[in-house]
Design a protein around this ligand. Structure first.
Ligand SMILES: [Zn+2]
Length: 154
């Protein structure tokens, strides 16, 4: 499902982007973490043992380039660190407002929705991002428990 590193590298080279081993390592770390929606700090932590010279600025700069290319989508909540995803199949992001978990939900209807958006708006769609926010199943269960125990202790 994920984007292969070679595809990202080809795209970057076509755009005349200089690809240092550090930047390649950052992209590889991002692709390896697919599905976990890592923050820039988490990506930095993955690459810094191998490349101690990498700075957070290089991580942010590389993420920005990938974002401009539409290969990376920043996700997150105001006030919390931005998380990044590389998943390229049509899906919805679900964000838990309580624990910060982010899930991907593939949805059959999304390509059709995108076609409708393109037709109705006249836009050539470059990237799409659908986000739902709420409470994940485990937080819902915990919230139920907390409510139940609040009742019994009262
Ligand atoms: Zn949660």
């Amino acid at each position: 499902m994920g984007i292969p590193l070679s595809k990202v590298i080809d795209e970057l080279r076509q755009r005349g982007y200089r690809l240092t081993p550090q930047r390649q390592a950052i992209i590889q770390a991002l692709l390896d973490a697919e599905g976990t929606h890592p923050s820039a700090q988490e990506i930095y932590a993955r690459v810094s043992p191998q490349f101690p010279m990498i700075t957070m600025a290089t991580v942010y700069n590389t993420l920005q380039v990938l974002e401009d290319m539409g290969m990376v989508t920043p996700l997150g909540f105001p006030g919390a660190s931005t998380r990044y995803e590389t998943a390229d199949g049509p899906h919805i992001n679900l964000l838990c407002l309580r624990c910060g978990r982010i899930d991907d939900l593939p949805l059959e209807e999304l390509p059709e929705l995108q076609r409708k958006v393109a037709t109705d708006s006249g836009y050539l769609i470059h990237a799409a991002h659908l986000e739902y926010r709420g409470y994940c199943p485990s937080c819902r269960a915990e919230m139920e428990d907390e409510r139940a125990s609040a009742h019994t202790s009262a």
